[in-house]
Design a protein around this ligand. Structure first.
Ligand code: PLP
Length: 392
């Protein structure tokens, strides 16, 4: 049976060219980037070139970067780093309810350390209102952190406007761009972004590598203490092979982005239209247009998302409920709850995220199998009464 992978928002396969670029840095170019002889200089050069590639991809003029152990570390570093370094100025942080846990949990942690955090609401389509951001700013606000694209529902936040509000009030603006990076063009100058987090494994790079961009001059505290790597901002021997792989993944994404965006949007629309046509009682979660080209998140009434996933898996189709990080927990998705989706509909949510190897044929297979799975499960569901609410 051919397997169909539709969970690219959870992770992506490493591009063969990325693997090839990385290999020498495990073998003949194994040097420690902090040493001064030729092996070390070779590694150092590769890391610095990767930095250029990353900054170039963001259109950044005055870029500082820290290579990290992934998106989670980048988010932690941005939030705790700004909080600790700017404590004398204030102790207030603004974020929103639908952020990834890699943003929400550092915020919860900081609340225990005497910081106050405003968790802004979103509208029914998942959008933050820049006016709400403006109203939430106080004399003590030091950071606004709003994600570029949501990992569960793909909603694209108005980051440029939020960045403008932040700039007008001289507050740092951080965005978790893990889902958007590599799929949508990003320009930190035009979008008024001061700090930005990305993760390599979401764009066909290796896992366990990420980067944090910050504008020159942003006051950022150190999280990891030890050696003097990354200009003393992040101690620890650089993951040279991983960083090289990440940079190669950036280059490939940059080249393919425009065409992929069009291709994926068409597949996304076909999938959504097909679900609506073939399955009664389906709701689309998140804004219909302001969403990632590769994200489809639906709620299927009267049945459980988890059962759908397991049944699709039997058909060789890989999708997920909400975010990969929280599947397995019985709580309804915090994202869907923030949109006002009922607990029942939230439990029936499924995310299909498309990517490089998704073909139109894959979409057709999913559009054949999914209605069968839904019908089978609904027959077993005590909530479903054919004829009565079958077309709800
Ligand atoms: C995946 C993801 C992260 C975490 O990145 P890791 O590299 O897996 O730690 C953070 N934020 C968002 C929006 C994500 O999708």
């Amino acid at each position: 049976m051919k397997r169909i992978y539709m969970d690219y928002s959870a992770t992506t396969p490493v591009h063969p060219e990325v693997v090839k670029a990385m290999l020498p840095y495990f073998t003949e170019k194994f040097g420690n980037a902090s040493t001064i002889y030729s092996f070390g200089r070779e590694a150092r050069k590769a890391v610095e070139e990767a930095r250029e590639v990353f900054a170039g991809m963001l259109g950044a003029y005055q870029a500082e970067t820290i290579f990290t152990g992934g998106g989670t570390e980048s988010d932690n570093h941005a939030i705790k780093g700004v909080a600790y370094a700017n404590r004398a100025k204030g102790n207030h942080i603004i974020t929103c309810k639908t952020e990834h846990h890699a943003v929400l949990e550092p915020c919860h942690f900081l609340e225990k350390e005497g910081f106050t955090v405003t968790y802004l609401p979103v509208d029914r389509e998942g959008l933050v209102d820049p006016e709400d951001v403006k109203k939430a700013i106080t004399g003590k606000t030091i950071l606004i952190s709003i994600m570029m694209a949501n990992n569960e529902i793909g909603v694209l936040q108005p980051v440029t406007e939020i960045g403008r509000v932040a700039r007008e009030h001289k507050v740092y603006f951080h965005t978790d761009a893990v889902q958007a990076f590599g799929i949508l063009p990003i320009n930190v100058e035009q979008m008024n972004i001061d700090l930005l987090s990305v993760s390599s494994h979401k764009l066909y790079g290796p896992k366990g590598v990420g980067a944090l961009y910050f504008r020159k001059g942003v006051k950022l505290a150190q999280l990891l203490h030890g050696g003097e790597q990354e200009k003393k901002r992040r101690a620890g021997t650089e993951n040279v092979a991983g960083i090289v792989g990440f940079a190669r993944a950036c280059k490939i994404a940059q080249k393919e982005m425009a065409a992929e965006r069009i291709r994926l949007t068409a597949l996304r629309e076909k999938l959504i239209a097909g679900f609506f046509k073939k399955i009664p009682g389906v709701l689309l979660n998140g804004h219909a247009e302001k969403r990632l080209p590769n994200n489809v998140n639906i709620s299927v009434k009267y049945i459980e998302g988890e059962s759908i996933i397991l049944n699709l898996d039997l058909e060789g189709i890989c999708a997920s409920t909400g975010s990969a990080c929280t599947s397995g927990s019985l709580e309804p998705s915090h994202v869907l709850t923030a949109l006002g989706v009922t607990a029942e509909n939230s439990h029936g949510s499924v995310r299909f995220s498309l990517g490089k190897f998704t073909s139109e044929e894959d979409v057709d297979v999913v559009l054949t199998k999914m209605p069968e799975v839904v019908q089978r499960l609904r027959k077993l569901s005590p909530l479903y009464k054919p004829g009565k609410n079958g077309n709800a």
